[in-house]
Design a protein around this ligand. Structure first.
Ligand SMILES: [Zn+2]
Ligand SMILES: [Zn+2]
Length: 142
């Protein structure tokens, strides 16, 4: 059993050209992007307005083709669904450290079938302080 998703399995919905461009673009990125960041870069290759970018992201999200996380500054961050995400996130510097293993995989498999819900992905995030920030916070807020 692998946690990899194959996005092509999910193309029940026929994507518009803009939606496809946004999805392809997200697949080329190294990390998650906010809508503003995505817009600033993608329009150099595919001319489209910010509202179009937002609409495309919304459609892709609701079809389970991309994931959304809230960044350290409250912004929505979009990325393709390749695997589930598990992080340790630092409250001071906002850096996220990925975890290799899924702590809730067995639990997810055992969810009662009676609950009518289609799971696209999950994100598990633990918050605290990274090694560098522990010392900094202790000196700033004794
Ligand atoms: Zn930190
Ligand atoms: Zn997981």
């Amino acid at each position: 059993m692998t946690e990899m998703y194959n996005p092509s399995d999910r193309y029940e919905h026929r994507l518009s050209r803009n939606q496809q461009s946004v999805l392809d673009f997200l697949h080329q990125q190294d990390g998650p992007l906010s809508a503003q960041e995505l817009y600033a870069t993608i329009r150099q290759h595919h001319p489209m307005g910010l509202a179009t970018v937002y609409r495309a992201l919304e459609t892709l999200k609701l079809h389970g083709l991309i994931r959304v996380r809230t960044g350290a500054h409250g912004e929505s961050l979009y990325s393709p669904i390749l695997t589930d995400d598990h992080f340790l996130t630092c409250l001071q510097c906002g850096r996220s450290f990925p975890l290799d293993n899924c702590p809730v995989k067995d639990w997810e498999m055992s969810l009662p079938r009676a609950i009518p819900f289609k799971i696209y992905y999950h994100t598990l995030e633990f918050f605290g302080l990274c090694e560098c920030c522990i010392l900094q916070v202790q000196s700033m807020h004794p």
